[in-house]
Design a binder for this molecule. Structure first.
Ligand SMILES: *[C@@H]1O[C@H](CO)[C@@H](O)[C@H](O)[C@H]1NC(C)=O
Ligand SMILES: *[C@@H]1O[C@H](CO)[C@@H](O)[C@H](O)[C@H]1NC(C)=O
Ligand SMILES: *[C@@H]1O[C@H](CO)[C@@H](O)[C@H](O)[C@H]1NC(C)=O
Ligand SMILES: *[C@@H]1O[C@H](CO)[C@@H](O)[C@H](O)[C@H]1NC(C)=O
Ligand SMILES: *[C@@H]1O[C@H](CO)[C@@H](O)[C@H](O)[C@H]1NC(C)=O
Ligand SMILES: *[C@@H]1O[C@H](CO)[C@@H](O)[C@H](O)[C@H]1NC(C)=O
Ligand SMILES: *[C@@H]1O[C@H](CO)[C@@H](O)[C@H](O)[C@H]1NC(C)=O
Ligand SMILES: *[C@@H]1O[C@H](CO)[C@@H](O)[C@H](O)[C@H]1NC(C)=O
Ligand SMILES: *[C@@H]1O[C@H](CO)[C@@H](O)[C@H](O)[C@H]1NC(C)=O
Ligand SMILES: *[C@@H]1O[C@H](CO)[C@@H](O)[C@H](O)[C@H]1NC(C)=O
Length: 829
């Protein structure tokens, strides 16, 4: 077997050593808790760091997420939790808790995430919460990991964090109550060495798949070997060791020997650990001979204690290892480490991450000696264009199988140069250049095989689209300073499926954006509304992330809030909040209500039209039924008459009446009027205006009526069935009624010639009916003696000529003095 050894020299930029990022599993878990517990931001209460000594009693009943961390609570009382039946996430870390009252969680059966780490609990509290998934009890003061019997009820527990500086031993029965649980992940240890570990205690939890040990082993390495043997008897595939070897511990022997015979463990993670090159050689040999496929080193301090650097013995063993990660690597010596290793051993490796190491150049020979490598992650280093592609290297076969390359968080600048270089990586599909200092100045010629590109967190601006490859299917331009997006920008990407534009300053999603787009992220921009029109142009869209935009909650958002299929929105409803108008600012959009009617014009029309028609029809028929036309005509005439009359009022102050009364009667009754009424009244000295005698010939009849009414102190109606049916009498009545109501009820006098039942009157004589009911009237008696009384009464009624009344009447009547306008004549006919 040909073994090619290469000298790998890595250059370091020492100041970068301080600034690597840690891999943070805990944050992920809290995010998960938030996502799975919270349905509305209103049910979230963050009381962290408020100097509270008690949990407030007036918390919302529907609270789902409560953070009480960093308050001097000392004790959790039951009372505040009694109404929190919806509580799903509770965090009370660093509260100095010594006691948890047994009643606290009785009324919170929905609790799934409970984090009471970093307190002063002297014992592990009793808990019976069947839905509990994540329980963090780390960083407390208990002196034993003995779990209470009530933990048997935690059937759904998936992850358990246990750790105390005071616990120095693990007893055989400590985990008995979890023997039937579905516990998946155990995080154990308080960062202190154990003095005793009882064989078989961990094997109780048969379902364990991940174990994280936060326990250093230096003095008692055989204890560690025992522990590995127990791990071998669970289902554990992922083993994580935090600070397993303390700094400056002189490790003797080979504590990781057991790895070789632990077939299930495929993932090994070493965190926060000092590793000497001498130890690294022994350790890696075990790893290479084991079944471990993935090894991750996080926050490692590497020290070269072997004079010739790191030298790895050749093995003729086929390695299982596929994935190697260094995430955060500090170098104890300020010098380039020298590593001598057979790269052929890594010929099967498909994933390599070298992040947070301060690397500023990639050795030439590495580039062509990892034939299977598919993913290379060199993020968070200090690589530059020429550091990654040094001019001294010959690029005959550059990462021959590489598909994914991350150069995120480095110092790359020249996009044109990078585009040119990627032609050599024949299979490269995705390239991550986020968090660099990319400058767009020369045209870029991209290879056809690159279909995914991230340029996020570079300061690029709107012109960026013209520097990208037309073959791209996924483009990440989050936080690149884009202010407008146009349809034309995307026209050149016929295969585009994923577009990420989060954290820009885009105000509008244009219509007809891209028919192929499946996923669009446009959260944290300046979008105020999402319209149906803008999504019509995205027929293939399956995911739209648009939260955290300044939405206007008005009709513009009606369609989006009420009609749009929310299964497209992964961040609905949590990240959607009304921004304007001020009356609804900060209201979750899902709670904004506006009626469909008030927002959709076509609907308004569709509903309003029939309603209007119905109302109009109803009015018309009512109008018709109530002789509305007739009344309207009369009303209008009256209004016109009154208006004109008002102008002349002052001219006619001294007018007196020519007649005592105007007599209104039907022609049918003229015999009675002429033979009885007129002689009787005129005989008594009263002057009368009588239709047939006193009307001026040739004048229109309505004018005659008005003139007569005006000139008379009273109007006398001779009521009979004929009268009621006479159209002309109705006119007369109309005017009289109005005058009577405006001025003086007494101006009307009724004589009933024959009985007229009030309800027999046509409906249009509403006024007449009322007047007849209110007004006293004189009935014409058949009896002759009674007739004498009748005349006396009538004469006296017509003669009550109170001068004050007469004057008022005169004024009122002169106001009405003008004639009916000529244009009304056809109307009245
Ligand atoms: C519990 O809270 C502490 C302090 O914030 C945090 O470090 C830890 O990761 C949390 N535990 C879980 C499981 O999220
Ligand atoms: C809760 O508030 C604290 C301090 O005010 C803050 O540091 C923390 O990020 C907040 N937590 C959440 C989930 O918003
Ligand atoms: C917290 O409250 C105590 C009294 O309850 C007070 O003495 C202390 O100054 C407060 N601390 C802060 C940071 O407000
Ligand atoms: C445990 O959780 C699963 C989902 O993770 C759920 O289907 C199941 O009903 C839960 N079990 C109990 C006892 O609540
Ligand atoms: C692990 O278990 C296997 C059998 O499943 C056994 O052959 C092997 O020796 C065990 N390894 C250790 C370190 O106990
Ligand atoms: C690593 O080497 C240093 C001396 O260079 C020694 O003090 C330390 O104990 C060693 N650590 C381990 C884990 O072997
Ligand atoms: C480590 O211990 C071994 C034997 O226990 C000793 O020979 C060696 O010198 C020690 N190394 C250091 C660096 O202390
Ligand atoms: C990194 O590991 C060292 C021990 O090697 C530890 O002291 C330090 O706190 C760790 N840093 C982080 C951020 O965990
Ligand atoms: C290499 O493999 C051969 C046979 O497979 C074996 O005899 C030999 O001992 C192995 N050498 C080493 C260094 O493991
Ligand atoms: C919403 O979309 C999803 C998937 O895109 C689909 O399964 C579901 O039926 C749609 N719902 C409605 C109401 O259209």
């Amino acid at each position: 077997m040909a073994i090619k050894s290469v000298q790998v020299a890595l250059l370091f930029w020492t100041t970068a050593l301080l600034s690597w990022r840690t891999f943070c599993l805990a944050e992920l878990i809290e995010d998960q808790g938030y996502a799975s517990c919270v349905t509305s931001r209103r049910q979230v209460q963050n009381l962290s760091g408020q100097n509270l000594t008690n949990v407030p009693l007036d918390l919302n009943n529907d609270m789902q997420y409560l953070d009480l961390s960093h308050n001097p609570l000392v004790e959790l009382q039951a009372a505040p939790f009694q109404r929190l039946s919806q509580l799903c996430f509770l965090k009370a870390t660093s509260c100095g808790l010594r006691v948890i009252n047994p009643g606290v969680f009785v009324h919170t059966p929905k609790l799934k995430f409970l984090n009471i780490s970093n307190n002063l609990l002297d014992y592990i509290p009793d808990l019976s919460l069947p839905l509990l998934k994540i329980l963090d009890l780390a960083g407390n003061q208990y002196d034993s990991y003995q779990l209470p019997a009530t933990f048997e009820t935690l059937t759904n527990l998936s992850a358990l964090y246990l750790g105390s500086e005071n616990t120095l031993q693990v007893d055989f029965n400590d985990f008995d109550s979890l023997s039937d649980s579905s516990l998946h992940h155990l995080i154990l240890g308080g960062g202190v060495e154990w003095q005793r570990y009882d064989r078989g205690s961990l094997t109780k939890m048969k379902s364990l798949q991940r174990i994280t040990l936060k326990v250093p082993f230096c003095e008692n390495l055989d204890l560690f070997e025992n522990l590995l043997e127990d791990v071998n008897e669970t289902q554990t595939t992922h083993l994580e060791l935090v600070n397993v070897l303390p700094d400056l511990c002189n490790v003797t022997g080979d504590p990781f020997r057991n790895l070789r015979t632990m077939p299930l463990v495929t993932h090994l993670t070493i965190v926060n650990t000092w590793i000497n090159s001498s130890f690294m050689m022994i350790f890696l040999k075990n790893v290479f001979l084991s079944n471990v496929r993935t090894i991750i080193f996080t926050n490692i301090t590497y020290s070269e204690d072997t004079p010739e650097g790191f030298k790895f013995p050749t093995l003729n063993h086929t390695m299982v290892l596929r994935s190697l990660t260094f995430d955060g690597l500090k170098h104890h010596q300020y010098k380039y480490p020298s590593i001598e290793i057979s790269v052929d051993m890594f010929s099967k490796m498909d994933y390599l991450k070298f992040s947070g190491t301060g690397m500023n150049t990639v050795p030439c020979n590495l580039i062509s000696t990892l034939p299977s490598l598919e993913t290379l992650d060199l993020s968070n280093n200090v690589l530059s264009d020429t550091g990654f592609w040094p001019s001294i290297c010959s690029y005959t076969s550059v990462f021959p199988n590489l598909r994914h390359l991350s150069l995120s968080e480095n110092r790359f600048v020249d996009l044109s140069f990078i585009a040119q270089q990627t032609h050599q990586m024949k299979y490269l599909e995705s390239l991550d250049l986020s968090f660099n200092s990319i400058v767009l100045d020369k045209p870029c010629f991209w290879p056809i095989h690159i279909t995914s590109l991230s340029l996020s967190n570079n300061n690029l601006g709107n012109k960026v689209f013209s520097f990208l490859s037309q073959y791209l299917q996924q483009i990440d331009l989050s936080k690149t300073g884009i202010t407008t997006l146009t349809k034309e920008d995307l026209l050149q990407f016929p295969m585009l499926t994923h577009l990420f534009l989060s954290s820009n300053s885009i105000k509008v999603i244009p219509t007809d954006l891209s028919p192929t787009l499946v996923s669009l992220y446009i959260d944290q921009n300046y979008i105020t509304s999402i319209s149906r029109e803008s999504l019509v142009g995205l027929p293939s869209l399956r995911t739209l992330k648009a939260g955290d935009n300044p939405f206007v909650c008005s009709c513009d958002s009606y369609w989006f809030i009420n009609t749009m299929n929310k299964s497209l929105l992964p961040d609905w409803p949590l990240d959607y909040t009304c921004s304007t108008p001020p009356s609804v600012a900060d209201l979750p959009m899902s709670e904004y209500r506006t009626s469909r009617m008030s927002c959709e014009a076509w609907l308004q029309a569709a509903v309003a039209l029939p309603v209007t028609i119905l109302i109009v029809l109803a009015l018309c028929s009512a109008f018709y039924a109530c002789d509305g036309v007739w009344y309207t005509k009369m009303l209008w005439v009256w209004i016109r008459v009154k208006r004109r009359g008002q102008k002349q009022a002052n001219l006619l102050n001294n007018t007196t009446f020519r007649y005592h009364s105007f007599i209104s009667y039907s022609h049918q009754d003229s015999a009675w009027v002429e033979s009885k009424l007129v002689p009787s009244l005129e005989g008594a000295g009263l002057s009368l205006c009588i239709h047939e005698r006193d009307f001026v010939p040739g004048q229109w009849i309505v004018d005659n009526i008005i003139n007569c009414v005006e000139a008379s102190y009273k109007t006398l109606f001779v009521l009979s069935n004929h009268f009621v049916q006479s159209e002309w009498c109705n006119y007369e009545l109309f005017f009289a009624q109005h005058r009577a109501i405006d001025a003086q009820q007494d101006s009307l006098v009724f004589i009933l010639l024959e009985p007229i039942p009030t309800n027999s009157l046509p409906k249009k004589f509403l006024k007449l009916r009322r007047l007849l009911m209110q007004q006293t009237y004189l009935e014409w008696p058949k009896d002759e003696r009674k007739q004498q009384v009748f005349w006396v009464n009538l004469r006296s009624m017509l003669q009550v000529a109170d001068h004050r009344i007469l004057k008022d009447m005169a004024l009122e009547l002169t106001q009405s003095a003008s004639l009916i306008p000529d244009d009304l004549v056809p109307l009245l006919k």
